[in-house]
Unconditional design. Structure first.
Lengths: 612, 604
């Protein structure tokens, strides 16, 4: 089975990768100036100490060792000088490395954490339609692997900056020694730069593909584990493994290609400084032979170069990380730049004002990517304190209407009103405080039973109130039987509870909040009819001060309603009492009769079988 | 879906293997990591030789060329440079080959590891699977494996090269001055002890990071999977706070682990510096005594550098190793979790397809550490019987369905299929004969046809269309925007609950089992879909042995045999007509059902 995933814009592979990579890095530096500054300071200490080590060895050789060897006398003071000078440089070096590495890590992980917060804030802010268009596995991958890929570059970065600093010191020293020789040596750098450009060109598209496949592997795993029961029930472990093998092997091949590219680039980067050293030696010797240069100067020059050969690789590491950063950054920005979050107005509703009134006026709604509106010109009135049942065939738009009523989505045209105020005018948090919806698909937080009912509003939660809500939802029995009662931790999606039990906890969650408008979208679908009856009876007794809007499938539910609204093809066809609708609305009568007819047919078939 | 809160065997958070044992097990699970290692090592040695040779040649060039007695020897220098240049080319080439070979081996090995872990997660019983959050489970086949890849790509390579280089440098040092070589080794003994102390500390720190990553992914997935609930209840801030806490804990643990690794690395660096200082001091004494020349001392210093560099690199790699081991432990933790319901293997019985007899023989089932939820159940179901199991929530009827489909094994007694214990039956034989239709049939993010094809992966489009027609679902499919090619969205969210049931039924029909176990969906759907569901179910059960966990009176009425379960025991067995007047549990259930039907009768 293929995975339909939303394509993420891919960065074009061109020279811009380097520029854009540096831009990403710069944005990270601006975000974490302090840790970064400390890391760079550390890198400079380290660079100075590294260059200084050569100087220190030279100094003790000249001032202590050589005189000692010449005079054939060594003093304790002389030995202590050797140790003292070298250890002093070492201390600077070690302090530098600690500062550099620790603070590079701090900067990197601060950035990761910061971006994870921003990305998850987007997940919480963006509309439901956006969520429907993006597979869960991909979003998880964006929040984890892609953010990691973006900021991994901060690990080698301060070292690379230290290397640049070191190159400056060494460069100045070389120029002081002999400008011509320095020029030959420093030709190495345009060479490194050119090699890197070629590398970026090849690397960018490959790493893009690898990150994309990484997300796909996560998607397949996420979906497949979610389908665990069905996979087992149908014995499809082999096929699912094949599907996973497909994406895993694609990822493997992509990563091998990335590795091949990197594996080619690194020896080249490593060879260039060595070749530079050899060039310096060759040209230097030639100059010495012509008497233009002192042999010791060439040796010093060659030493300076060989000292740089290893750290220069850190530059290579940074350059090699840049395409990954850019790709990760693009994928993360795709989330961060998504728009369409709901804006909230300033209006509030009077507190504790009894049952709420819900209304719609000329509402039209079209699902993203579709031509035909799902809801056409619907006007609807749900009186305060009444119970209204929404009835209609599958796909007629009942759930969409309900989602509009509590502003989980906004209409294209028309207005949705709550207590006479346009819901778009209401301040953030006003609607959830007033109206509560219990959806068909229940979601449990990884929290205790109490936490799942109160959702953290601990200030007004008492055990008694939680038990009362559970009782009305017919959930008190099984919760009481749990080992820790209200403190029992329910796993994610309530893995240890049956579908019906989860729904009852979700119902208790809604009831506990004593909403002024309670919306039930097939919220009792997984409970036994007898339990459903008990829940509805409990609601009836507790619903004083509550308006109820219910998507009804069972006759028993319909019978509870003061008003029935019959919906077909996104239009309200008729409304009134059940009896009126049966009489005057053909579609409605057909629908409710269908069930009865089926029961009758079945009985007839059975009688026929018995007679036979 | 289980009606209890007890658990079977849990997925281990991490295996408790030691570092070496973890490595050994890791290599065993990914044999590709060792494939072609011989040649890779040879190439690595070549690359290392080159890397040592080049500075050596450079040094020779200076000593015997530029600083040669009687002025610079241009010819010698040129020859030396040519030799070094050739060495650079050979080294780079060898290095490239090593890189490519290691990358290929590493990624192939890790792909195998991912697959093993993935497959094993599916092989674990449903109960075991539910002991871990999905986000965390996903991390075991994604980011935990990625953590290993860092080590097996770069670390493995560097470790090989470093070891080779250390050995080479040691030989050269011994050749130059055995006494100074001894001094160098004495300086490194404390480092070895220190590293040994640091390793377990680092292991724990990285292990904590892996756990935090799992927790963080779990928390983040709440904001994705719970999107609707979070909006409906306006708990964005609370969810954000929960996520932030997990992110912060991950950040802290990651920094803590890194700080420890820096300390480990720095201690290596400290010893490298101290070694240089001590060698210089000791060498001075030796030089003064005339044992070595000043030139030899300086040359030896160059060798010390050649020795300390790979040692430093090795300490770094050992850090990375602990990181990888932490990832490995998580993956191995899941792979080594015993599957408490497993295939009998080669000795497994393969049965012929055909009419099926089912028997429960003194079956008792208790969740680990819990009271029995099913006691001494005896039941025989003849071929082509339609059975309805009824009982209150928690009576044990779902447990019977799970035992029958071998999602769990009985604590005592046996479940027999045509006289063969389910535990002896090969899985593929069992799954082809017995199919469970769960309450909520999960749909994949694909089109309707592919979701139906899940029942029989080889099925052609025509066979799928035929199944749809035979179940009377063609009019429904025709009404979908793109017919069978209509995409159902994630988890089938674009379809209604009833429509998802239709797909699940068609899927089971295509699978064509001998025994159908149906955990009847309780979800109420609109009457016209309900009619479709009922018709399709009839088509599905026709001519088969079927066991339905019934929630509807009509199902019980239509069954050949009604089995009434109460508090873990079978209390009544018989046809609806016999039981209804018996005055027992069934009579009471029937009364409450009919009461509902009456209240719900639209014509009443």
């Amino acid at each position: 089975m293929s995975v339909a995933s939303q394509p993420v814009p891919r960065p074009t592979a061109n020279r811009a990768v380097l520029r854009r990579g540096l831009k990403v890095v710069w944005s990270g530096i601006k975000d974490q100036p302090r840790p970064f500054a400390v890391a760079v300071l550390g890198a400079m200490l380290w660079a100075a100490a590294t260059v200084g080590t050569a100087g220190a060895i030279g100094w003790v050789t000249d001032h202590v060792i050589e005189p000692a060897v010449t005079s054939r006398v060594v003093t304790a003071a002389g030995l202590w000088t050797i140790l003292g000078v070298l250890l002093a440089v070492l201390v600077v070096n070690v302090v530098g490395v600690i500062l550099r590495r620790v603070y590079a890590t701090v900067a990197g992980f601060n950035l990761q954490a910061g971006y994870r917060r921003r990305v998850t804030r987007q997940y919480l802010r963006l509309p439901l339609s956006w969520h429907h268009a993006h597979p869960s596995g991909q979003l998880l991958s964006n929040a984890h692997a892609d953010i990691e890929a973006t900021w991994q570059v901060f690990n080698p970065l301060p070292m690379a900056i230290g290397v640049i600093f070191m190159l400056l010191i060494a460069g100045v020293m070389m120029v002081v020694v002999d400008p011509f020789l320095a020029f030959i040596g420093l030709l190495v750098f345009p060479g490194l730069f050119a090699a890197n450009l070629v590398f970026q060109q090849f690397m960018a598209p490959r790493i893009t593909r690898a990150q994309q496949l990484r997300a796909e592997v996560a998607e397949v795993a996420h979906e497949s584990f979610e389908a665990g029961l069905v996979v087992k029930a149908m014995g499809r472990e082999d096929e699912e493994t094949e599907r996973f093998r497909g994406s895993t092997h694609e990822l493997r091949d992509a990563l091998i290609l990335v590795g091949r590219t990197r594996g080619t680039f690194e020896p080249v980067i490593e060879a260039i400084p060595t070749l530079g050293t050899l060039a310096v030696l060759g040209v230097g010797t030639w100059q010495v032979s012509r008497g233009e240069l002192d042999a010791a100067q060439v040796v010093q020059m060659a030493y300076l170069f060989s000292l740089l050969a290893f750290p220069v690789r850190a530059l290579g590491w940074v350059l090699a990380e840049l395409p990954r950063s850019v790709v990760g950054h693009d994928r993360v920005q795709h989330v961060l730049r998504s728009e369409g979050a709901m804006e909230h107005g300033p209006a509030r509703l009077p507190a504790g004002g009894g049952p709420a009134r819900s209304a719609m006026s000329h509402v039209t709604y079209t699902h993203a990517g579709e031509q035909e509106p799902a809801i056409h010109e619907v006007s609807l009135e749900v009186e305060a304190g009444s119970t209204t049942a929404l009835v209609g065939p599958t796909g007629s738009g009942k759930s969409t209407l309900v989602n509009l009523a509590v502003r989980l989505i906004d209409p294209g045209t028309g207005t949705v009103l709550l207590d006479g105020t346009d819901v778009r005018e209401l301040a953030r948090g006003v609607i959830p405080a007033t109206a509560t919806v219990v959806a068909q698909q229940t979601f449990m937080f990884d929290d205790t039973v109490r936490g799942n009912v109160t959702l953290g509003e601990d200030d007004r939660s008492t055990d008694a109130s939680v038990w009362e809500a559970l009782r009305i939802a017919q959930a008190d029995g099984f919760v009481r039987a749990m080992s820790d009662g209200l403190d029992t931790v329910i796993g994610e999606r309530g893995g240890n509870l049956s579908g019906g039990q989860r729904q009852r906890i979700a119902l208790a969650r809604a009831i506990w909040r004593q909403p002024r408008l309670l919306v039930l979208d097939d919220a009792t679908s997984a409970v036994d009819p007898s339990v459903e009856q008990a829940v509805l009876a409990g609601l009836r007794e507790a619903r004083t001060g509550m308006t109820v809007l219910v998507v009804a499938y069972r006759m028993a539910t319909i019978m509870l309603a003061d008003q029935v609204v019959y919906v077909e093809h996104g239009r309200v066809v008729d409304r009134g009492s059940h009896e009126d609708l049966v009489d005057r609305c053909g579609g409605y009568a057909d629908l409710v009769h269908a069930y009865a007819r089926e029961a009758a047919e079945r009985a007839a078939v059975e009688r026929a079988e018995e007679d036979a | 879906m289980s009606e209890d809160s007890f658990m079977s065997s849990r997925i281990e958070a991490q295996s408790d293997l030691g570092t070496l044992a973890t490595l050994r097990r890791g290599l065993e699970l990914s044999p590709e990591l060792r494939r072609g290692l011989g040649l890779t090592v040879v190439l690595a040695v070549v690359a290392t030789l080159g890397r040592v040779l080049i500075p050596f040649v450079v040094q020779q060039t200076t000593d015997n060329g530029i600083l040669a007695d009687g002025g610079p020897d241009l010819g010698f220098v040129l020859r030396a440079i040519l030799v070094a240049g050739a060495a650079v080319v050979v080294t780079s080439l060898a290095q490239y080959l090593v890189n490519v070979r290691l990358f290929t081996a590493a990624e192939s090995g890790l792909a195998t590891l991912r697959l093993r872990a993935f497959r094993h997660i599916h092989d674990l019983s449903v109960l075991t699977q539910s002991t871990e959050r999905r986000g965390s489970l996903v991390s075991r086949v994604t980011s935990d494996v990625d953590t290993i890849s860092m080590f097996v790509q770069f670390g493995g390579l560097m470790l090989l090269i470093s070891t080779a280089q250390i050995m080479l440098a040691t030989l050269l040092m011994l050749f130059y001055s055995p006494v100074l070589a001894l001094v160098v080794y004495l300086c490194f003994v404390p480092l070895v002890f220190l590293v040994r102390r640091f390793q377990p500390m680092l292991g724990r720190a990285y292990g904590a990071v892996r756990t935090r990553v799992g927790d963080m992914l779990g928390a983040i997935s709440e904001s994705i999977v719970g999107a609707l609930t979070i909006r409906a209840y306006g708990v964005e801030d609370r969810t954000a706070a929960r996520i932030d806490r997990a992110i912060e804990e991950h950040r802290r643990s990651a920094i803590r682990a890194q700080v420890r690794s820096v300390m480990a690395f720095v201690s290596g660096q400290g010893f490298a510096g101290i070694t240089t200082a001590v060698v210089l001091a000791a060498g001075t004494v030796l030089a003064v005594r005339g044992d070595i020349t000043l030139g030899q001392l300086l040359a030896f210093l160059f060798l010390v550098n050649l020795f300390t560099q790979p040692v430093l690199m090795a300490t770094e790699i050992l850090n990375e190793l602990q990181n990888a081991v932490a990832g490995w432990r998580r993956v191995i933790g899941v792979i080594d979790t015993p599957a408490d319901v497993s295939d009998p293997g080669v000795g497994g019985v393969h049965q012929q397809r055909g009419p099926i007899t089912v028997q429960f023989e003194d079956v008792t089932y208790a969740y680990p550490g819990g009271e029995p939820v099913l006691r001494d159940v005896d039941l025989r179901i003849a071929p082509h019987t339609r059975v309805a199991i009824v009982g209150e929530t928690g009576s044990g009827k779902t447990t019977m369905a799970k035992l029958l489909t071998r999602l769990m094994d009985p604590t005592e007694g046996r479940v027999l299929l045509d006289g063969v214990d389910l535990r002896r039956l090969a899985f593929d034989s069992l799954r082809s004969r017995v199919v469970l239709v769960p309450q909520e049939g999960f749909l994949f993010d694909d089109d309707v046809a592919s979701n139906i094809r899940f029942g029989r992966p080889g099925a052609s489009d025509d066979e799928i269309a035929l199944a749809v027609t035979e179940l009377g679902l063609d009019s429904w499919v025709d009404g979908l925007p793109h017919g069978l090619a209509t995409h159902v969205g994630q988890r089938g969210e674009s379809l209604s609950a009833g429509e998802r049931q239709l797909v699940a039924i068609a899927r089971a029909y295509l699978a064509d089992p001998d025994l159908l176990v149906l955990d009847e969906a309780t979800s109420a759907v609109d009457p016209s879909t309900e009619v479709r569901v009922q018709r399709a179910l009839e088509g599905l059960t026709r001519g088969r042995t079927s066991v339905a966990i019934a929630h509807r009176l009509s199902t019980a009425e239509a069954a050949d045999l009604v089995v009434v379960v109460d508090r873990g025991r079978i209390v009544e067995v018989g046809h609806h007509r016999e039981l209804v007047g018996r005055g027992g549990v069934y009579t009471r259930m029937h009364e409450s059902w009919t009461a509902q039907q009456r209240s719900g009768d639209p014509l009443g």
